[in-house]
Design a binder for this molecule. Structure first.
Ligand SMILES: C[S@@+](CC[C@H](N)C(=O)[O-])C[C@H]1O[C@@H](n2cnc3c(N)ncnc32)[C@H](O)[C@@H]1O
Length: 309
Protein backbone atom coordinates (compact mmCIF):
# COMPACT_ATOMS: atom_id res chain seq x y z
CA UNK A 1 0.00 0.00 0.00
CA UNK A 2 1.27 3.47 -0.83
CA UNK A 3 0.39 5.54 2.19
CA UNK A 4 -1.38 8.77 1.30
CA UNK A 5 0.26 11.60 3.20
CA UNK A 6 -2.18 14.24 4.44
CA UNK A 7 -1.72 17.97 3.77
CA UNK A 8 -1.22 18.93 7.45
CA UNK A 9 1.49 17.21 9.44
CA UNK A 10 1.69 16.96 13.21
CA UNK A 11 3.80 15.55 16.01
CA UNK A 12 3.48 11.82 16.38
CA UNK A 13 2.12 11.42 12.83
CA UNK A 14 1.56 7.72 12.12
CA UNK A 15 2.52 7.69 8.43
CA UNK A 16 4.92 4.78 8.91
CA UNK A 17 2.46 2.79 11.01
CA UNK A 18 -0.71 3.58 9.03
CA UNK A 19 -0.63 0.39 6.98
CA UNK A 20 0.03 -1.78 10.02
CA UNK A 21 -2.84 -0.18 11.93
CA UNK A 22 -5.16 -0.40 8.91
CA UNK A 23 -4.34 -4.10 8.46
CA UNK A 24 -5.43 -4.82 12.02
CA UNK A 25 -8.53 -2.63 12.09
CA UNK A 26 -11.96 -4.22 11.79
CA UNK A 27 -14.74 -1.87 10.76
CA UNK A 28 -18.18 -3.33 9.97
CA UNK A 29 -19.67 -2.33 6.61
CA UNK A 30 -22.43 -0.42 8.37
CA UNK A 31 -20.27 1.04 11.07
CA UNK A 32 -18.71 4.45 11.58
CA UNK A 33 -14.99 5.04 11.96
CA UNK A 34 -14.30 7.23 15.01
CA UNK A 35 -10.93 8.92 15.29
CA UNK A 36 -11.01 11.03 18.48
CA UNK A 37 -7.38 12.20 18.20
CA UNK A 38 -7.18 12.78 14.45
CA UNK A 39 -4.03 14.94 14.32
CA UNK A 40 -3.03 14.69 10.66
CA UNK A 41 -5.77 12.10 10.07
CA UNK A 42 -3.32 9.86 8.22
CA UNK A 43 -4.73 6.58 9.57
CA UNK A 44 -8.41 7.20 8.81
CA UNK A 45 -7.59 8.89 5.52
CA UNK A 46 -5.84 5.70 4.41
CA UNK A 47 -8.54 3.38 5.75
CA UNK A 48 -11.09 5.39 3.71
CA UNK A 49 -14.19 4.40 5.68
CA UNK A 50 -17.60 5.13 4.19
CA UNK A 51 -18.68 6.96 7.36
CA UNK A 52 -16.29 8.66 9.75
CA UNK A 53 -16.13 11.12 12.59
CA UNK A 54 -12.72 12.73 12.85
CA UNK A 55 -12.27 14.72 16.05
CA UNK A 56 -9.53 16.70 17.68
CA UNK A 57 -9.33 19.25 20.46
CA UNK A 58 -7.23 21.47 18.20
CA UNK A 59 -9.75 23.73 16.39
CA UNK A 60 -7.22 24.74 13.71
CA UNK A 61 -7.00 21.19 12.39
CA UNK A 62 -10.77 20.77 12.41
CA UNK A 63 -11.36 24.17 10.73
CA UNK A 64 -8.87 23.25 8.02
CA UNK A 65 -10.70 20.05 7.10
CA UNK A 66 -14.11 21.66 7.35
CA UNK A 67 -12.88 24.34 4.93
CA UNK A 68 -11.94 21.53 2.50
CA UNK A 69 -15.30 19.87 3.00
CA UNK A 70 -17.13 23.15 2.41
CA UNK A 71 -15.18 23.81 -0.80
CA UNK A 72 -13.41 26.87 0.67
CA UNK A 73 -10.06 25.13 0.26
CA UNK A 74 -9.42 23.31 -3.02
CA UNK A 75 -6.29 22.04 -4.75
CA UNK A 76 -6.41 25.05 -7.08
CA UNK A 77 -6.76 27.57 -4.24
CA UNK A 78 -3.87 25.95 -2.36
CA UNK A 79 -1.64 25.91 -5.43
CA UNK A 80 -2.25 29.58 -6.13
CA UNK A 81 -1.83 30.55 -2.48
CA UNK A 82 1.40 28.62 -1.88
CA UNK A 83 2.94 29.75 -5.16
CA UNK A 84 2.21 33.37 -4.27
CA UNK A 85 3.32 33.12 -0.61
CA UNK A 86 6.30 30.99 -1.63
CA UNK A 87 7.52 33.71 -3.98
CA UNK A 88 7.39 36.31 -1.21
CA UNK A 89 9.15 33.91 1.16
CA UNK A 90 11.89 33.37 -1.38
CA UNK A 91 12.44 37.11 -1.76
CA UNK A 92 12.03 38.23 1.84
CA UNK A 93 13.20 35.07 3.64
CA UNK A 94 12.79 34.42 7.35
CA UNK A 95 11.05 37.71 8.18
CA UNK A 96 8.14 36.79 5.92
CA UNK A 97 7.67 33.47 7.72
CA UNK A 98 7.30 35.36 10.99
CA UNK A 99 4.93 37.84 9.35
CA UNK A 100 2.65 34.98 8.30
CA UNK A 101 2.95 33.42 11.76
CA UNK A 102 1.78 36.67 13.35
CA UNK A 103 -1.03 36.94 10.80
CA UNK A 104 -2.17 33.38 11.54
CA UNK A 105 -2.13 33.96 15.30
CA UNK A 106 -4.41 36.96 14.76
CA UNK A 107 -6.77 35.68 12.04
CA UNK A 108 -6.47 31.85 12.24
CA UNK A 109 -6.63 31.51 8.46
CA UNK A 110 -6.41 27.81 7.48
CA UNK A 111 -4.25 28.52 4.42
CA UNK A 112 -1.73 30.34 6.61
CA UNK A 113 -1.65 27.29 8.87
CA UNK A 114 -0.78 25.11 5.88
CA UNK A 115 1.98 27.52 4.86
CA UNK A 116 3.43 27.56 8.39
CA UNK A 117 3.13 23.81 8.79
CA UNK A 118 5.19 23.29 5.63
CA UNK A 119 7.70 26.12 6.13
CA UNK A 120 8.38 25.68 9.84
CA UNK A 121 11.15 23.75 11.52
CA UNK A 122 10.53 19.98 11.30
CA UNK A 123 7.06 20.42 9.80
CA UNK A 124 5.12 20.23 13.03
CA UNK A 125 2.29 22.06 14.76
CA UNK A 126 3.05 23.44 18.17
CA UNK A 127 1.14 26.04 20.14
CA UNK A 128 2.32 27.91 23.24
CA UNK A 129 0.47 28.42 26.51
CA UNK A 130 -1.60 31.21 24.99
CA UNK A 131 -2.60 28.95 22.11
CA UNK A 132 -0.34 30.71 19.58
CA UNK A 133 1.55 28.81 16.87
CA UNK A 134 5.18 29.13 17.93
CA UNK A 135 7.34 26.87 15.74
CA UNK A 136 10.41 28.71 14.35
CA UNK A 137 11.26 29.02 10.66
CA UNK A 138 12.62 25.90 8.96
CA UNK A 139 15.32 27.93 7.16
CA UNK A 140 14.30 26.95 3.67
CA UNK A 141 13.30 30.15 1.83
CA UNK A 142 12.89 28.13 -1.38
CA UNK A 143 10.56 25.71 0.33
CA UNK A 144 7.66 26.19 -2.04
CA UNK A 145 9.26 25.07 -5.29
CA UNK A 146 6.83 24.10 -8.05
CA UNK A 147 7.10 20.34 -7.47
CA UNK A 148 6.54 20.72 -3.72
CA UNK A 149 3.46 22.89 -4.23
CA UNK A 150 2.06 20.35 -6.71
CA UNK A 151 2.64 17.59 -4.16
CA UNK A 152 0.68 19.48 -1.49
CA UNK A 153 -2.08 20.34 -3.98
CA UNK A 154 -2.40 16.62 -4.76
CA UNK A 155 -2.68 15.84 -1.07
CA UNK A 156 -5.53 18.35 -0.87
CA UNK A 157 -7.14 16.78 -3.94
CA UNK A 158 -7.13 13.39 -2.22
CA UNK A 159 -9.03 14.76 0.79
CA UNK A 160 -11.41 16.79 -1.42
CA UNK A 161 -12.33 13.62 -3.32
CA UNK A 162 -12.73 11.54 -0.17
CA UNK A 163 -14.91 14.12 1.59
CA UNK A 164 -17.17 14.41 -1.43
CA UNK A 165 -17.39 10.63 -1.86
CA UNK A 166 -17.84 9.61 1.77
CA UNK A 167 -19.79 10.75 4.80
CA UNK A 168 -16.97 12.26 6.85
CA UNK A 169 -17.43 14.83 9.60
CA UNK A 170 -14.79 16.84 11.44
CA UNK A 171 -15.53 18.05 14.95
CA UNK A 172 -13.62 19.91 17.61
CA UNK A 173 -14.43 18.03 20.81
CA UNK A 174 -12.69 16.30 23.66
CA UNK A 175 -12.32 12.52 23.46
CA UNK A 176 -14.57 12.23 26.53
CA UNK A 177 -17.47 13.53 24.45
CA UNK A 178 -16.93 11.47 21.32
CA UNK A 179 -16.01 7.97 22.54
CA UNK A 180 -19.27 7.33 24.42
CA UNK A 181 -21.22 7.95 21.19
CA UNK A 182 -19.73 4.90 19.44
CA UNK A 183 -22.02 1.88 19.05
CA UNK A 184 -21.29 -1.83 18.64
CA UNK A 185 -20.90 -1.76 14.87
CA UNK A 186 -18.51 1.21 15.04
CA UNK A 187 -14.75 1.27 15.23
CA UNK A 188 -12.60 3.64 17.31
CA UNK A 189 -9.00 4.39 16.48
CA UNK A 190 -7.31 6.26 19.32
CA UNK A 191 -3.92 7.92 19.15
CA UNK A 192 -3.66 10.16 22.21
CA UNK A 193 -0.56 12.21 23.05
CA UNK A 194 2.07 10.14 24.82
CA UNK A 195 2.69 11.41 28.37
CA UNK A 196 5.76 13.65 28.47
CA UNK A 197 6.29 13.85 24.70
CA UNK A 198 5.48 16.75 22.36
CA UNK A 199 3.74 18.73 25.10
CA UNK A 200 1.99 21.87 23.83
CA UNK A 201 -1.28 23.76 24.28
CA UNK A 202 -3.37 21.06 22.60
CA UNK A 203 -1.28 18.11 23.73
CA UNK A 204 -1.15 18.34 27.49
CA UNK A 205 -1.79 14.79 28.57
CA UNK A 206 -1.61 13.42 32.07
CA UNK A 207 -2.42 10.44 34.28
CA UNK A 208 -6.04 11.57 34.68
CA UNK A 209 -6.58 11.69 30.88
CA UNK A 210 -4.90 8.31 30.53
CA UNK A 211 -7.17 6.80 33.19
CA UNK A 212 -10.36 8.30 31.75
CA UNK A 213 -9.45 7.05 28.29
CA UNK A 214 -8.84 3.59 29.73
CA UNK A 215 -12.25 3.60 31.41
CA UNK A 216 -14.04 4.72 28.26
CA UNK A 217 -12.28 2.13 26.10
CA UNK A 218 -12.88 -0.63 28.64
CA UNK A 219 -16.62 -0.07 28.51
CA UNK A 220 -17.22 0.84 24.85
CA UNK A 221 -19.37 -1.64 22.89
CA UNK A 222 -17.36 -0.71 19.77
CA UNK A 223 -14.18 -2.37 18.61
CA UNK A 224 -11.09 -0.25 19.12
CA UNK A 225 -7.41 0.10 18.43
CA UNK A 226 -5.37 2.26 20.76
CA UNK A 227 -1.93 3.38 19.62
CA UNK A 228 0.63 3.73 22.36
CA UNK A 229 4.24 2.93 23.09
CA UNK A 230 5.47 -0.23 24.70
CA UNK A 231 9.09 0.42 25.63
CA UNK A 232 12.39 1.89 24.56
CA UNK A 233 15.93 0.99 25.57
CA UNK A 234 15.48 2.54 29.00
CA UNK A 235 11.98 1.87 30.18
CA UNK A 236 8.56 0.37 29.59
CA UNK A 237 5.33 2.29 29.37
CA UNK A 238 3.63 1.87 32.76
CA UNK A 239 0.28 2.95 31.29
CA UNK A 240 0.11 -0.13 29.06
CA UNK A 241 0.07 -2.61 31.93
CA UNK A 242 -3.59 -2.23 32.77
CA UNK A 243 -4.56 -2.99 29.16
CA UNK A 244 -2.57 -6.22 29.26
CA UNK A 245 -5.09 -7.86 31.61
CA UNK A 246 -7.93 -8.10 29.16
CA UNK A 247 -6.84 -6.85 25.75
CA UNK A 248 -4.51 -7.92 22.96
CA UNK A 249 -1.29 -5.97 22.56
CA UNK A 250 0.80 -6.05 19.39
CA UNK A 251 4.11 -4.29 19.05
CA UNK A 252 6.32 -3.04 16.30
CA UNK A 253 9.67 -1.31 16.29
CA UNK A 254 9.71 2.29 15.17
CA UNK A 255 12.72 4.58 14.79
CA UNK A 256 12.55 8.23 15.69
CA UNK A 257 15.24 10.32 14.09
CA UNK A 258 14.39 13.84 15.11
CA UNK A 259 15.08 15.69 18.34
CA UNK A 260 17.54 15.10 21.08
CA UNK A 261 15.32 13.80 23.85
CA UNK A 262 15.73 10.29 25.15
CA UNK A 263 12.56 8.99 23.56
CA UNK A 264 13.47 10.43 20.16
CA UNK A 265 17.02 9.17 19.92
CA UNK A 266 16.25 5.52 20.37
CA UNK A 267 14.19 2.86 18.71
CA UNK A 268 10.79 2.80 20.30
CA UNK A 269 8.62 -0.27 20.44
CA UNK A 270 5.26 1.07 19.30
CA UNK A 271 2.19 -0.82 20.43
CA UNK A 272 -1.43 -1.18 19.50
CA UNK A 273 -4.02 -2.39 21.99
CA UNK A 274 -7.08 -4.14 20.54
CA UNK A 275 -10.30 -5.38 22.16
CA UNK A 276 -10.88 -8.10 19.53
CA UNK A 277 -9.07 -10.89 17.76
CA UNK A 278 -6.95 -9.42 14.97
CA UNK A 279 -6.00 -11.40 11.90
CA UNK A 280 -2.76 -13.25 12.39
CA UNK A 281 0.17 -11.80 10.46
CA UNK A 282 0.18 -14.84 8.15
CA UNK A 283 -3.47 -14.29 7.33
CA UNK A 284 -2.79 -10.67 6.50
CA UNK A 285 0.09 -11.78 4.32
CA UNK A 286 -2.05 -14.33 2.52
CA UNK A 287 -4.80 -11.79 1.99
CA UNK A 288 -2.53 -9.27 0.47
CA UNK A 289 -0.37 -11.80 -1.36
CA UNK A 290 2.76 -9.91 -0.52
CA UNK A 291 6.17 -11.50 -0.27
CA UNK A 292 7.44 -11.59 3.32
CA UNK A 293 10.66 -9.77 2.52
CA UNK A 294 8.69 -6.77 1.36
CA UNK A 295 7.27 -6.28 4.82
CA UNK A 296 9.00 -4.11 7.43
CA UNK A 297 10.24 -5.80 10.57
CA UNK A 298 7.46 -6.40 13.02
CA UNK A 299 7.09 -8.22 16.24
CA UNK A 300 3.92 -9.64 17.71
CA UNK A 301 3.52 -9.85 21.45
CA UNK A 302 0.15 -11.19 22.46
CA UNK A 303 -0.14 -10.71 26.18
CA UNK A 304 -3.55 -12.11 26.79
CA UNK A 305 -6.70 -13.35 25.18
CA UNK A 306 -8.91 -10.67 23.74
CA UNK A 307 -12.06 -9.89 25.66
CA UNK A 308 -14.50 -9.98 22.76
CA UNK A 309 -15.06 -12.43 19.89
C1 LIG B 1 -0.45 11.95 18.67
S1 LIG B 1 -1.51 13.13 17.93
C2 LIG B 1 -2.44 12.17 16.80
C3 LIG B 1 -1.63 11.83 15.60
C4 LIG B 1 -2.41 11.20 14.49
N1 LIG B 1 -2.83 9.85 14.79
C5 LIG B 1 -1.58 11.20 13.22
O1 LIG B 1 -1.13 10.15 12.76
O2 LIG B 1 -1.36 12.28 12.68
C6 LIG B 1 -2.64 13.47 19.21
C7 LIG B 1 -3.74 14.44 18.85
O3 LIG B 1 -4.68 14.46 19.93
C8 LIG B 1 -5.19 15.76 20.09
N2 LIG B 1 -5.66 15.86 21.48
C9 LIG B 1 -4.95 16.07 22.60
N3 LIG B 1 -5.73 16.03 23.69
C10 LIG B 1 -7.00 15.76 23.25
C11 LIG B 1 -8.25 15.58 23.89
N4 LIG B 1 -8.37 15.69 25.21
N5 LIG B 1 -9.33 15.28 23.13
C12 LIG B 1 -9.22 15.19 21.77
N6 LIG B 1 -8.06 15.38 21.10
C13 LIG B 1 -6.95 15.64 21.83
C14 LIG B 1 -4.02 16.69 19.76
O4 LIG B 1 -4.47 17.96 19.34
C15 LIG B 1 -3.31 15.91 18.65
O5 LIG B 1 -3.72 16.34 17.38
Amino acid sequence: MTVKVPPLKCQGIKTRLAEWIKDHSALDDNGTWFEPFMGSGVVGFNVRPRRAVFADINPHIVNFYNAIKDGKITAGIVKEFLEHEGEILQTQGESYYYEVRERFNKDNNSLDLLFLNRACFNGVMRFNKKGFFNVPFGHKPQRFAKAYVTKIANQIKYVVQATSQYDWTFVCVDFRTIIPTAAQSDFIYCDPPYIGRHVDYFNSWGEQDEQELYELLSTTPAKFILSTWHSNRYRSNPAIEKYAYCFTILTREHFYHVGASESNRNPMLEAIVLNYNPLLPVEIEAEKQLALFEKPKEQYVVYSSPSTN
